[in-house]
Design a protein around this ligand. Structure first.
Ligand code: KG4
Ligand code: ZN
Length: 406
């Protein structure tokens, strides 16, 4: 298979990302050379709002896409500086496409007048799911580039991106990833800020739903509980650190130390299906915090530890159930919360003790939270299975609720 260069764009939430991948091989032998990878996390800007503020996310994407594109192309040594003028017709077309993002339009025209068409074969862009206003910016930007450079667009599902990112591994060559052996059926578990769901893959592209959350996602639970404990958005990593301190404390101090602290619920642990519910854990923490008033540092550490224990108990319980129901041979975990050290450790223990004949795949740390590399990887997999591409004239729609399965 001839190497294919993919430009990938991700704007589904609060990370703006553009990557340039040199891909090759078939489904069993695929390789991904990350030649350019530019990412801007808006998280700090959203922290003041306690969570992602959609119109701010959209504005930030619009302001950052062109500089990131420039950065990714430069890093990949694919920029071709020039001086040229776009025709009135070209400008009109782009202006129409980007009519809601006038600032992005101007930046793109300046960029296009200073850079010649790079040697790229396709543009992969996140179509959904995610925050719709944020997704639209990426989709319309992809259409604009597809028009300027006459390239096909591969519309990618963000969750498939998380799945594929978990089945590749770093190679000896720096920035080069390769597909691992993935026996089917594959059971995927997406643990992210927007989603918590099991997906069964009979083959790549052939997906069905096994279960999912009925209310909050696991990432939302981490972020909301973190906030209750005074950790700013996105609180997942900070809460996890506090929880580890709590576990260390429990090893050295007697159990009566937890006096006044209640066990948290394990919602739906006994429901017998593969669905989740996380809002009850968050509410239980809220009551706990209200009952105790100002928490001491030690109390905060212990609440965090109990929270992480409760969510990982539920994840393990449901994982066992989903594995039994699906007879999966591979279990793939993806999404931001799959970066959580404690959940990773418990899953690794579960697999080595009870499912040693199955394969567990967790993402490389650099690919677990949102990024454009995973969108390029999923785009390449779609290309390999001959999924239809679209051209710039196609009214490609962003979809906040896009599903991986029909
Ligand atoms: O996949 P992701 O980057 O964005 C979505 O697609 O939603 O996931 C972001 C989520 C946030 O809720 C963040 O707090 C959480 O992942 N997260 C973590 C950790 N790292 C990121 N949660 C727990 N422990 C972590 N180490
Ligand atoms: Zn994500």
């Amino acid at each position: 298979m001839r190497a294919m260069r993919i430009l990938a764009i991700e704007t589904s939430c609060d990370e703006t990302a553009v990557a340039l991948l040199e891909t090759g091989g078939d489904v069993q032998t695929a390789t991904f050379d990350i030649r350019g990878n530019a990412l801007y996390s808006q998280a700090k800007k959203h922290a003041a709002f306690g969570g992602v503020y959609p119109s701010l996310a959209k504005r930030e994407h619009a302001a950052n896409l062109v500089p990131l594109l420039d950065g990714a192309l430069n890093e990949a040594h694919l920029s071709i500086p020039t001086t040229q003028t776009l025709s009135e017709e070209q400008k009109e077309y782009l202006e129409k496409l980007l009519e809601r993002e006038p600032e992005l339009y101007s930046a793109l025209v300046r960029f296009a007048e200073a850079n010649d068409t790079p040697k790229i074969d396709a543009i992969a862009v996140t179509q959904g799911p995610g925050l719709e206003p944020a997704l639209w910016v990426g989709v319309n930007f992809a259409r604009s580039l597809a028009y300027l450079w006459n390239l096909p667009i591969i519309p990618v599902n963000h969750l498939e991106g998380h799945m594929i990112a978990s089945v590749v591994e770093a190679t000896e060559k720096e920035q080069m990833f390769a597909i691992t052996e993935v026996p089917f059926p594959v059971l995927g578990l997406i643990l992210s800020g927007g989603h918590t769901e099991f997906v069964l893959a009979e083959s790549w592209g052939n997906y069905s739903s096994v279960g999912g959350t009925r209310d909050d996602s696991i990432g939302e639970a981490f972020d909301k509980v973190a906030r209750l404990l005074g950790i700013p958005y996105p609180g997942g990593p900070g809460l996890s650190k506090l929880a580890q301190e709590g576990r260390d404390l429990l090893k050295t101090k007697p159990v009566h130390h937890t006096k006044g602290l209640k066990q948290l619920p394990r919602p739906m642990a006994q429901s017998g299906d593969c669905d989740f519910s996380f809002s009850g854990i968050k509410t239980a923490v809220l009551y706990q915090v209200q009952a105790l008033g100002d928490l001491t540092k030690e109390q905060r550490m212990l609440v965090a530890a109990e929270f992480e224990e409760a969510v990982s108990d539920v994840v393990l319980k449901k994982t066992r159930l989903a594995l039994e129901q699906t007879n999966a041979k591979t279990f793939v975990v993806g999404g931001g919360v799959s970066a959580n050290t404690y959940i990773r450790k418990r899953l690794e223990k579960l697999f080595s003790e009870e499912y040693a004949d199955l394969t567990l795949r967790l993402p490389d740390a650099s690919l677990s939270t949102d990024n454009a590399v995973m969108i390029g990887m999923a785009g390449y997999f779609m290309h390999l299975r001959k999924a239809p591409t679209v051209d710039h004239s196609h009214e490609l729609r962003a979809s906040g609720t896009m599903k991986m399965h029909e």
